[in-house]
Design a protein around this ligand. Structure first.
Ligand SMILES: [Zn+2]
Length: 116
């Protein structure tokens, strides 16, 4: 997604917070406006954190590699320098809690799988 497209999407997304604000302010007429606004923004924040995360997700055309020494290849069990693709286009393992490393040969095979 290019920046102009992201910008337009972000402006539309800002407008989506308008009904939340309007509904909450209409429902919570018994409490001070400032508190109703705080509650509305809290609800909006809970929702739009995830929406914004999608809008600002970075997708790279080139693979981002992580290289680590003295690891066991998950495929052939060979010890040595390990490689893994952290992110590449829609493929994203940046939050992976158990990252899998592969030797050079196995990592190239894996890379060809991701490419498809
Ligand atoms: Zn291997």
């Amino acid at each position: 997604m290019n920046l102009a497209k992201k910008y337009i999407l972000y402006l539309i997304r800002w407008q989506l917070s308008t009904p939340i604000l309007a509904i909450v302010l209409n429902l919570l007429t018994d409490i001070p406006t400032i508190w109703a606004t705080i509650i509305a923004n809290l609800i909006g924040g809970l929702i739009f954190f995830w929406v914004d995360k999608i809008i600002f997700r970075k997708k790279s055309d080139v693979p981002l590699w992580e290289i680590k020494d003295e690891v066991k290849c998950v495929d052939c069990k060979k010890m040595g320098r390990g490689y893994r693709v952290v992110s590449w286009g829609k493929y994203d393992r940046s939050e992976d809690k158990n990252p899998k490393y592969r030797c050079r040969e196995c990592s190239l095979k894996k890379m060809n799988q991701i490419k498809k």
